[in-house]
Write a protein that binds this ligand. Sequence first.
Ligand code: BGN
Length: 371
Amino acid sequence: MVRRCTRFTSVVVFLVGCAALVSVINVRELSVTLKTKLRVAKLSFGAASGLNNEKRTCDPRSRNERNGRNCNDKPPNVIRGLTYKSRGNVSLELCQAVPDLLVGRLIINFVAALKSPPPPALQDVSPGGTWSPKNCVATQRIAIIIPFRDRQKHLDILAYYLVPVLKRQEVAFRIFVVEQYGNKTFNKGRLMNIGFTEARKYDEFDCFIFHDVDLIPEDDRNMYTCSENPRHMSPAVDKFKYKLPYKGLVGGVLSFRSNHFTKVNGYSNLFWGWGGEDDEMYHRLTASKITLLRTPFETGRYKMIKHGRKGGTSPFRWKLLKTLKKRLKKDGLNTLEYKLVETRLEKLYTRILADVGDPANDSDRLSALLA
Ligand code: BGN
């Protein structure tokens, strides 16, 4: 009798133990599911609300807006349809679309940036300027494309401020400095097209961000990720009193998904000298019926490094702009010509030195267009 009783008791204890174990597992599962759902819900918030062409429909007082998110940013996590990814045999969660590490407004001091030793955040960037977060899988892989010539100090200041911002934003990035070889007239449009073309040889980037070397981000809530549509990330520059000087400005910092950049045929290759290639990009977007987004003024703030304008402005740029419809399909990515002179993997960026040719070689084409 006693033995039976003991057996009965141990069976009961065993069953109670099993039940307890199952409920603990359930609670854990439930909390993981809830956490996942909350994360997806948080990410989906932007996708649910709408933002029309350049119109801010978000409440600037809402948390979302204050965090620098665009109301219609479709979260990449949701686009990819995955919440977890594995790296090697470790399963890592996707990084947050708006990481907790962000600090908001930044204090920028150009002189201090040049004099101070590199901040620790610059230490673990791999040669060629690549980095990706260690504790989570980045939601987007971005290529930063900086058209460049002869502005090393500006580049140093930009890297000093930009790299820590990108790291806090937990994006996987590679920085490309596309340098024009020789001393012929500068052709920024061609350099940006080269950056896009060359970058795609390195990785399958989700996002391409064309970045002036003299613009320093003042707020890390301006996410260096791509929205569904091209986004002008620098609507508020100190030089223009943090206002948009005119409606069609898309110069400075502009992000693109590759399908849109290809659809507009990239930048024109024909704008030699300062100015105009960005204005034409605005018209390319309009002509291609692609809605342009802008980062809110609150977070899309930049400080411009003052400098003289070398090389002068292009005298044809106004006239050239008027010929866009004739050129859109035959002047851009699909007619890009250049010689790759050298590629160097430097500490904070991949430097691509390219010969973009000579404006004299375009003169017949230009005179035919401008006649
Ligand atoms: C404009 C330039 C832009 C430049 C902005 C801001 C032109 C017009 C060419 C037809 N546009 O005047 O290229 O980004 O100033 O500096 O020069």
